[in-house]
Design a binder for this molecule. Structure first.
Ligand code: BGC
Length: 906
């Protein structure tokens, strides 16, 4: 016994010692922690390793999977045991078993070995659970008996009461709708997910959600009510005042699977036994226009008695081919804001300022007389006289109306959202106070991964604005704007912002989902619609810089996350787009078609000097033809498609030749003398090596001729500072970034912006507004500068996809005395933080385990670089590579480091 005790103490002790040295954390499947409702595992298993030592690399892993947690821990009845696999791969391990059982929970854990001779303990157990296979759906689509024919009606509700006769072990609800649904079981909402089932290319892909509702059911009588609002499916969409883009009738598909303790199953499905009613408190509901809620009609509906006047439902036979498991993150509530100011405007309007332009709604806490009405209107800005300004919303009403029921109430809308910083209140609410109002931000639930800060407060506000532009426009799909009658998945906007977005937040599953819609909506000829999910055919479907989303995001996604499976899922679509361009090109020149061009580039009101920064649209098209071809080559290389590599490499050379013949003079001048023309030609390496330096000089001269102002539109903006840095003009890039007068990034900040504006001058220097037809104050495209701020100021970038190899090369400038950037990579935290005191530079970096980093210090750094106070040459495990004319390159492994050095001049 004593012996056993000693052994036990010893083994617990040694177990702890081992696990302290090396542990496995953050287990994810398809980027998610313990997901339920997985269709197929595409991106696979990833984990992080933690160790206090430096230079830690995984040498091997072992992963095991079982359907029973106890079995897993004992290593018994395993579905899959990888065995010890000697590899440093700790991300995107694929699951080789193609078991297709519905609703199956798989438990998994992993252990790792490192290069220091340590072995971790088995990780904690995580799981994923499969969704419902097509063949296991027994639910039928149901619609209200009374046909709406696409008209505006109160939100229909669907009801079913049912009995559960034996003890419940577990229960899952599989559900989707034509419209947006809110489901309740026994009077309580089944989840905090909003705007479900989300927006996809509905005809091709309609997502269903899965909820664990075990705790919401009871033995005996139960009931369920589901409301289905218009949403994107049949509500107003785009500025055409048209409805019913995807269908006319609201409908429900519902399957509740209850597993009893004895293993038997009971399944409650939508069918003709349900009842429905339009007698809903939600009298109308529309994404753009808002909601009218009469709380006097808000009754508890729990049993057949409460639905006496309800109608039977119609069972409708829709194909189930489009039903897919949810891939993206759910939209949920996030930050809350309290009023910062109550204002009575010159016009006498009662207005509340929440201090932040955000997307979501205002939650009201009220007690009033039954029948009293409160109206809330939403606006992004006040006009120059201080009045409530909604003209830039175009036809979107953004109006929420509540009728009170005489009791204490908390009111908020269900199937709509608003873009606003200010609200105007009409009715009873005029007398109310701070505690009555809370603005709630809603957006897709993406993990924040990165931040950028510096010694410059306007720059910090710019970063804040970029992040809020992302939050407000990542509401299930990436939109251009969240407030006016648009809010569409504009492809150009999404592709220019992708890199910045992937620093700020983990956008992997958000974009995985949307890219499936890009693919689904791609036309048979290869064109990609300008808006995804597509709402209508447009002449500009296939516009350069917009349709190129089909190659740009998949490739940039691969660089950010190192996920081959995503690349292979998109590969055919990538090729199809480039093949389309080839099919309409003549002599390798894409000089036809309708294009948006360098959207919203700088123009002057009185342009007698020819200073408008116009770039030939076909020059732009040719540049993106090359860019997309390059992306296909990159993908083909990764996927081992050698024939495609040769084919598209030959094409790329022809495309570049055609560019040079058509758009470049013999002395290397571009036919469009604009910043965007030079930026695209240089960023995509279109010019012969010999003329690149000269072209960069021309770009710099152009910038000087605008007194250090940026003149690019959507397509030139993401690349301009990168190009300047690549050709040695980081100082000029800083001048653009630090510019405070129009046009510049900081001009809106100086004007009080809390998000990124659609235009460089949404509010003009004289205080008046830009054209009401297009003047959003929450459009993320120009926020694409964030990518340069992280990469060049903070200095963090991937040099091998997914940050397996990292580059840390901060370039101070612009008068900054400090800056810091960090990013939670799939391997762990990467950060770079520098401070400049005169010429004395200190740089702290953190490199995550299982990665290596190259840290680049300027060649002007004196030989006396120290790390944590020790001369570099004496620090083991850091390889120093330098030469008289070269920057100093340090190769190092995981851990934290503090460098200090002197730089001669900046
Ligand atoms: C949108 C843009 C979009 C553009 C196409 C606008 O209405 O708001 O951001 O990319 O149309 O040119």
């Amino acid at each position: 016994m004593k012996q056993l005790l000693v052994l036990l103490i010893f083994s617990t002790h040694s177990f702890l010692a081992l696990s302290q040295k090396l542990t496995v954390t953050d287990l994810t499947c398809d980027y998610k922690i313990n997901p339920i409702g997985i269709g197929t595992l595409n991106s696979g298993f990833s984990w992080k390793i933690a160790s206090k030592e430096r230079n830690v690399i995984q040498k091997a892993y072992q992963l095991r999977v079982a359907t029973d947690q106890a079995d897993l821990k004992r290593g018994k009845n395993l579905i899959w045991d990888s065995g010890k696999v000697n590899t440093d791969q700790s991300t995107h391990i694929s699951f080789p078993v193609s078991d297709t059982k519905s609703g199956q929970r798989y438990f998994w854990q992993v252990k790792v070995w490192d290069n220091k001779g340590n072995a971790s303990a088995w990780s904690k157990v995580n799981f994923w659970e499969t969704g419902l296979n097509k063949s296991d759906w027994s639910a039928k689509w149901i619609e209200a008996n009374q046909v709406t024919d696409g008209k505006v009606v109160p939100v229909p509700m669907f009801f079913k009461a049912f009995k559960i006769s034996s003890p419940i072990k577990s229960a899952r609800l599989y559900i989707t709708a034509h419209g947006l649904y809110e489901a309740k079981l026994n009077g309580a909402k089944v989840s905090n997910h909003l705007l479900t089932p989300g927006w996809t290319s509905y005809e091709n892909r309609l997502q269903y959600q899965v909820y664990d509702v075990t705790e919401m059911l009871k033995q005996g009588s139960n009931s369920t009510v589901v409301s289905v609002g218009d949403g994107w499916y049949r509500g107003n969409l785009q500025w055409t005042n048209k409805r019913n883009f995807f269908g006319k009738e609201p409908g429900l598909l519902y399957q509740l699977e209850i597993t009893h303790n004895d293993g038997t199953k009971q399944v409650i499905v939508s069918d003709n036994s349900w009842r429905s009613s339009f007698d809903s408190p939600i009298r109308s509901s529309d994404i753009y226009n808002g909601e009218t809620f009469d709380s006097r009609l808000d009754k508890t509906i729990l049993s057949d008695e409460s639905i006496k006047n309800w109608q039977p439902v119609r069972v409708v036979n829709y194909s189930m081919d489009n039903i897919v498991a949810q891939e993206g993150p759910p939209v949920i509530k996030h930050e809350e804001f309290k009023p910062v100011k109550f204002i009575t405007t010159p016009k006498g309007e009662k207005v509340i300022d929440f201090g932040q332009n955000l997307v979501g709604w205002v939650q009201l806490k009220v007690k009033g007389k039954s029948g009293d009405t409160i109206k809330i209107y939403h606006a992004e800005v006040l006009d120059s006289s201080g009045n409530f300004y909604t003209e830039n919303l175009r036809s979107a009403k953004q109006e929420n109306i509540y009728v009170l029921n005489g009791m204490s109430q908390v009111l908020e809308p269900h199937f709509t959202f608003q873009g606003f910083r200010f609200i105007k209140i009409v009715g009873q609410a005029e007398k109310m106070d701070t505690e009555n109002f809370t603005a709630v931000a809603i957006y897709s639930d993406m993990q924040p991964t990165g931040d950028f800060t510096s010694s410059h407060s306007l720059l910090n506000q710019l970063q804040h604005n970029i992040q809020w532009g992302q939050k407000g426009n990542f509401v299930d799909i990436p939109t251009d704007c969240p407030q006016r009658d648009e809010r569409l998945g504009w492809t150009g906007d999404a592709q220019v912002f992708f890199n910045t977005a992937a620093y700020n937040m983990n956008v992997a599953s958000f974009f995985t989902k949307w890219l499936q819609d890009v693919k689904a909506d791609q036309y048979a000829d290869g064109r990609i619609p300008a808006v995804i999910p597509v709402t209508q055919k447009r002449a500009n479907d296939g516009s350069a810089g917009w349709a190129d989303v089909g190659t740009i995001i998949p490739w940039n996604f691969y660089e950010a996350y190192g996920d081959k499976s995503l690349l292979s899922r998109q590969y055919e679509s990538m090729k199809k787009w480039v093949d389309y361009i080839s099919s309409v090109s003549k002599n390798n020149l894409w000089n036809n078609g309708s294009h948006y061009g360098d959207w919203l580039f700088y123009t002057m009101a009185d342009d007698r000097d020819g200073k408008a920064a116009l770039t030939d649209k076909h020059l732009i098209a040719q540049a993106f033809y090359a860019a997309s071809t390059q992306n296909v080559i990159n993908a083909a290389n990764i996927l081992g498609r050698t024939e495609d590599v040769s084919k598209y490499t030959a094409l790329l050379s022809d495309v570049k030749d055609a560019f040079n013949k058509e758009y470049v003079t013999p002395s290397g001048r571009l036919v469009s003398s604009s910043q965007t023309a030079y930026v695209l030609a240089l960023y995509f390496d279109l010019l012969p090596e010999s003329s690149r330096k000269q072209a960069a000089v021309r770009l710099v001269e152009n910038i000087k001729s605008y007194k250090d102002h940026i003149t690019t539109g959507f397509l030139g903006t993401p690349y301009i500072c990168h190009v300047l840095t690549r050709y040695g003009y980081t100082d000029v890039a800083y001048k653009l970034l630090m510019q405070e007068t129009y046009p510049s990034w900081l001009y809106p900040v100086k004007k009080g912006a809390t998000t990124i504006w659609e235009r460089w001058d949404g509010i003009k220097p004289d205080g008046s507004f830009q054209a009401t037809s297009m003047n959003s104050f929450n459009h993320y495209a120009y926020g694409a500068i964030g990518d340069w701020m992280y990469r060049t100021i903070g200095g963090i970038a991937q040099s091998k996809p997914g940050y397996k190899q990292i580059s840390i090369a901060p370039q101070p400038g612009g008068g900054l005395t400090s800056a810091a950037a960090d990013l939670e990579t799939l391997y762990g935290k990467l950060s770079s933080s520098w401070k400049l005191d005169g010429n004395r530079m200190s740089l702290e970096v953190e490199v995550p385990p299982n990665t290596t980093a190259k840290v680049v210090l300027p060649k002007s750094a004196s030989a006396e670089v120290t790390e944590s106070g020790t001369t570099l040459s004496k620090v083991k495990d850091i390889t120093v590579n330098s030469g008289p004319d070269k920057d100093i390159e340090l190769t190092l492994g995981s851990g934290t480091y503090e460098f200090e050095y002197t730089i001669s001049s900046r």
